[in-house]
Design a protein around this ligand. Structure first.
Ligand SMILES: NC(=O)c1ccc[n+]([C@@H]2O[C@H](COP(=O)([O-])OP(=O)(O)OC[C@H]3O[C@@H](n4cnc5c(N)ncnc54)[C@H](OP(=O)(O)O)[C@@H]3O)[C@@H](O)[C@H]2O)c1
Length: 360
């Protein structure tokens, strides 16, 4: 019998940006043990998706070409693999696909070799065949990275938080915020840079839920939005005050959730309290050097490189917050699968407000 085909978007070599994507028809994947087949309703893009295409994790990621990118999805279970008991056809779910990034919170000294060690972790965890990514009509998800989607959450909202929401949650947890009960300690001062982005807009809201005083940076067009998400003070990053990250009220930061890129340590340092940390989501060579020097000199002020860890229990926690209306998902734009190239270009451009959604 002929295989059932689906529409998908893939690339077959490194580089090329949006022009490197191809609209294709490929076989619908089959779920193996512990997996479910999803008919996708929404997929969101993250910068990691186009960074993989750019070759940041070359030569190990992607493992092979052609490659269907994107990992953050929401959809409906249409088939279950052997041994699957907690999902059935018809269930609406949110999943992080098997082609994504996994890791474990902050980095150890090994992560001086950041990119390389990340790839090693990914490959150790990803022993199974690559089953297809999120830019497709169907995808296979592992059940340990899949959670039920409450009816109150749209597919676009559900696909928005596996990487972005969990990264914000993980980074703030590393910064010392508590989400599982009252924190008896003094209120923490948190700076969120690039607060209008996919990670940043979740970080502002979660930091408020963690009882922090939040200063945020964004472009002038997003100041009202970021304030509406709960930020106590907002800086336009293109002004002199924004460029030096100085809190308008003069507060020093206990932690910075660094979602922007390439801000040197010398800019953060004078704004940190005596034990302040910069949790850096995109540490480059200079940040890794700072990390090592601060560690080796036992400095109280630290730079902490961060890698996201996808845990189903944290996905459930974020889904519950969205369901209750306590966490808002900001969506920049929605594109059909046959217009995924435009979504990809928008992500590379780096000026999205919230999440970029592709709807197969
Ligand atoms: N380590 C990990 O596990 C992990 C996980 C997730 C993400 N990340 C990384 O974290 C970074 C942020 O991801 P994202 O998904 O939030 O990106 P994103 O959605 O593409 O961020 C876009 C937003 O950032 C704002 N922005 C850019 N530069 C800024 C600056 N210097 N100051 C203030 N705002 C600025 C833009 O505002 P304008 O349009 O006004 O310029 C735009 O609204 C990326 O580098 C990503 O690769 C790392």
């Amino acid at each position: 019998m002929a295989e059932k085909l689906m529409c998908a978007v893939q690339y077959d070599s490194y580089g090329g940006g949006a022009a490197g994507l191809k609209q294709v028809e490929v076989p619908v994947p089959t779920p193996s043990k512990g997996e479910v087949l999803l008919k996708l309703e929404a997929t969101t893009l993250n910068p990691i998706d186009w960074k993989i295409q750019k070759g940041l994790f070359r030569p190990l990621m992607p493992k092979r070409f052609p490659y269907i990118p994107a990992t953050d999805v929401a959809g409906e279970v249409v088939e279950v693999g052997p041994g699957v008991e907690n999902f059935k056809p018809g269930d609406k779910v949110i999943a992080s696909l098997n082609v994504g990034i996994d890791g474990g919170g902050s980095c150890s000294i090994l992560h001086l070799f950041y990119g390389f060690s990340l790839i090693v972790v990914m490959n150790i965890l990803d022993k199974k065949k690559q089953t297809g990514g999120g830019l497709a009509e169907y995808a296979v998800a592992k059940i340990d990275m899949t959670v039920h989607r409450p009816a109150e959450i749209s597919a676009a909202e559900g696909a928005s938080f596996p990487i972005a929401g969990l990264t914000a949650h993980g980074a703030l947890t590393l910064a010392g915020l508590k989400f599982d009960g009252p924190d008896p300690g003094p209120q923490k001062n948190i700076l969120v840079t690039a607060a209008s982005g996919g990670v940043g807009h979740f970080a502002v809201q979660l930091a408020k839920l963690g009882n922090a005083h939040v200063t945020a940076t964004c472009g002038v067009r997003n100041i009202d939005l970021v304030r509406s998400l709960g930020a106590d003070e907002v800086l336009d990053y293109k002004t002199p005050a924004g460029a030096v990250l100085k809190s308008p009220s003069g507060k020093k930061y206990d932690a910075v959730i660094q979602c922007a890129s390439a801000i040197p340590w010398s800019v953060f340092e004078p704004n940190l309290n005596s034990t302040g940390k910069v949790i850096d989501l995109t540490p480059g060579t200079s940040a890794m050097w700072t990390y090592a020097v601060k560690k080796l000199t036992l400095s109280k002020k630290q730079l902490v490189p961060f890698m996201n860890s996808v845990k189903a229990e944290n996905l459930v926690y974020l889904a519950e917050l969205v369901k209750q209306g306590n966490l808002k998902v900001v969506i920049d734009c929605k594109h059909a699968l046959n217009d995924a190239e435009a979504a990809w270009a928008k992500s590379i451009d780096g000026h999205a407000t919230g999440k970029i959604v592709v709807e197969p």
